[in-house]
Design a protein around this ligand. Structure first.
Ligand code: BTN
Length: 266
């Protein structure tokens, strides 16, 4: 793995005047950028605040998993938003973030970038990015949304935890080049800002279209685990609110609002 110092100052000056990145907090080491961003949210930090780290000691994944976060190679970034949405609409922001990340990655890796519901960006079917959206709720309203994005940038295959070696990838593995994390962070903030503005102005419909255009799931048979429940079916798309639509064995359409989906072979 090539370890490189992250130039947060250079990134900060490139983000001057932007909404996403209006405040940038960089930490060489932190437990979790999401946890820190949630604390900033509680302390009143403005929308667009970004927390970045070179390394996380307790990177959080979905469903209580750990996000492998070694130093000097990847992007660990959390973006603080304050949209006027209901808690049930927050998953739409996860899907929107996936579209922004997929667009950013497609600029550097033109082939094979795709989205897997609800929060994965993949290249050739291998996970390159995970997204964890966490909320701060006051009464019934969303006070803040923190979108945590982990992108495997310059991580070598051998550095992945053996459990993920076959199913994960990095941008350097896919392109056989080392990439500037500052450039990627800049592009990500830029794409994210564009999509977030679209979402606030026009709602979920354009995000849904962008997501479906990049999804690798339509027509595929999937199994979705959620807590103790397992559902299987053929993906018919996503609903107007971001729920996964599955056609079951009897031809009925089921809406799945949360879970961990895997595409079944054959
Ligand atoms: C997943 O696929 O399970 C989601 C992984 C999200 C990881 C990112 S890294 C930056 C941010 N800080 C965290 O602690 N988690 C997210």
């Amino acid at each position: 793995m090539d370890r490189m110092k992250f130039d947060a100052k250079a990134l900060q000056s490139r983000l001057a005047g932007k909404m996403i990145g209006c405040r940038l907090h960089f930490f060489p080491t932190v437990d979790s950028t999401n946890r820190v961003a949630l604390r900033f949210a509680r302390e009143g930090a403005p929308e667009g605040t970004v927390v970045l780290a070179d390394r996380q000691t307790a990177g959080r994944g979905r469903l209580d998993r750990i996000w492998q976060s070694p130093p000097g190679c990847n992007l660990y970034i959390s973006i603080l938003l304050r949209p006027a949405i209901a808690p049930a609409e927050a998953p739409q922001i996860t899907l929107m973030s996936g579209v922004a990340v997929a667009e950013m990655l497609s600029l550097l890796c033109p082939a094979g970038v795709g989205l897997k519901w609800p929060n994965d960006v993949q290249v050739r079917g291998r996970k390159i990015c995970g997204i964890l959206t966490e909320l701060r709720i006051a009464g019934r309203a969303v006070e803040a949304v923190v979108v945590g994005i982990g992108v495997n940038v310059n991580m070598a295959g051998a550095d992945f935890d053996p459990a993920y070696r076959e199913t994960a990838t990095s941008l350097s593995q896919e392109t056989e080049q080392t990439h500037s994390r500052e450039d990627l962070a800049y592009l990500l903030c830029e794409r994210f800002e564009q999509w977030y503005e679209t979402f606030l102005r026009e709602g979920f419909a354009p995000v849904r279209e962008g997501w479906l255009a990049r999804s690798e799931m339509a027509g595929k048979r999937v199994r979705v685990h959620f807590r103790d429940e397992v559902q299987e079916g053929v993906v018919a798309g996503i609903d107007h609110d971001g729920a996964l639509l599955l056609t079951d064995a009897l031809g009925a359409i089921r809406r799945i609002t949360a879970g961990d989906a895997s595409i079944l072979k054959g």
